[in-house]
Design a protein around this ligand. Structure first.
Ligand code: DGY
Length: 335
């Protein structure tokens, strides 16, 4: 039994919205469905590119997520009736913003509503789990590697009195800093294009990228993926880090040269890494990063709390509805 991959939900509206996933949170879809005709990709996996190109001609808005590439080809296929693209994500590197701007297509995204969830995963889960080697320790407990309590077995660095360096100090970077304060890091330093007044509240000091790499015990990447940040964590960068440093990335895999990271971990240029994002996603099962015991890889779950995902879905819906009515989106990307 194979269901139709496309579900049409009609109401009495002149607008049609294409939704790229069947498992978008229900409340968001419902908001759109009440006011617009909906064409839904009725699968919980991403819409294949050739289908995507075939399904968008004539739609007025696209409700998408970070796995859907919205580029010139897709916008051409959609045609002049497309007025809005709203992504259920804060990241927008999958959307050609310039091309949308050129065509007057409004772009919505979901900042703020996932900040806490993402910062929580970054600090309270990934950083702690990497430092204290939780997956390795649990595997040992399960597979017989736990022979007895042993003085230096499964030890890792503590967080108190360490220096945490945050790269990218916008909403998520700042929320990471607030949580780091609670963990009594001795110093919080950050680098970003501009000095941020919010840094004072958490006692964070702005430094140059190279100084951050050299001084940090924990280097946390919260930078958006733009051409200037692509592969900013490369061989040169890992060489500048302390040999005891732990690298955490919850932004985008594209900020990291993964080959360089793999080598840095294999040759103990740095101590460990915790990644919630990779290139590609999912990471192929035979990728060397997945076999290193000093690397934790999570499947891009930074914002995966039930509330965050629901709120993201609803904000995406409101972004579309407001744009179609000719109003400003509550979270409109303007760059
Ligand atoms: C985003 O919204 O960009 C996040 O990466 C999703 O968790």
């Amino acid at each position: 039994f194979v269901t139709n991959p496309v579900k049409i939900m009609k109401c009495d509206s002149k607008f049609e919205v294409f939704v790229t996933r069947a498992d978008m949170p229900e409340s968001g879809i419902e908001m759109i469905r009440r006011e617009c005709n909906v064409k839904l990709w009725n699968r919980s996996s991403p819409v294949p590119r050739d289908e995507f190109l075939k399904l968008v001609p004539g739609v007025n808005a696209i409700y998408c997520c970070l796995t859907d590439k919205i580029d010139k080809e897709l916008l051409d296929a959609a045609g002049p009736e497309l007025k809005a693209v709203a992504t259920m994500s804060v990241g927008y590197d999958h959307i050609d913003i310039q091309e949308c701007n050129k065509r007057g297509i409004r772009v919505g995204y979901t900042p703020d509503v996932l900040t806490d969830a993402t910062a929580e995963l970054t600090v309270s889960c990934l950083l702690l789990a990497t430092a204290r080697r939780l997956p390795e320790a649990q595997a040992a407990a399960r597979d017989g590697g736990w022979e007895s309590w042993s003085p230096m077995w499964m030890t890792g660095p503590g967080l108190a009195d360490s220096t945490v360096g945050i790269v990218g100090f916008a909403r998520i970077g700042q929320a990471v800093a607030r949580r780091s304060q609670g963990l009594q890091h001795q110093r919080i330093i950050y680098c970003s294009r501009t000095a941020r007044h919010e840094a004072k509240e958490v006692g964070a000091r702005k430094v140059e990228f190279d100084d951050l790499l050299a001084e940090s015990d924990f280097v946390i990447c919260c930078a958006v993926l733009v051409p200037e940040t692509r592969h900013m964590f490369n061989r040169v960068a890992f060489d500048k880090m302390k040999r005891t440093a732990i690298f955490i990335n919850t932004s985008r895999g594209g900020t990291v040269d993964q080959e360089a990271l793999t080598e840095a971990l294999q040759h103990k240029i740095i101590r460990g890494a915790g990644l919630d994002v990779t290139t590609p996603e999912p990471l192929p099962l035979d990728h060397p990063l997945l076999s290193l015991n000093n690397c934790i890889v999570l499947p891009h779950i930074g914002s995966a709390t039930i509330d965050a995902r629901k709120t993201m879905a609803e904000l995406t819906a409101v972004n579309i509805l407001e744009a179609l009515k000719g109003f400003e989106m509550p979270s409109e990307l303007k760059i």
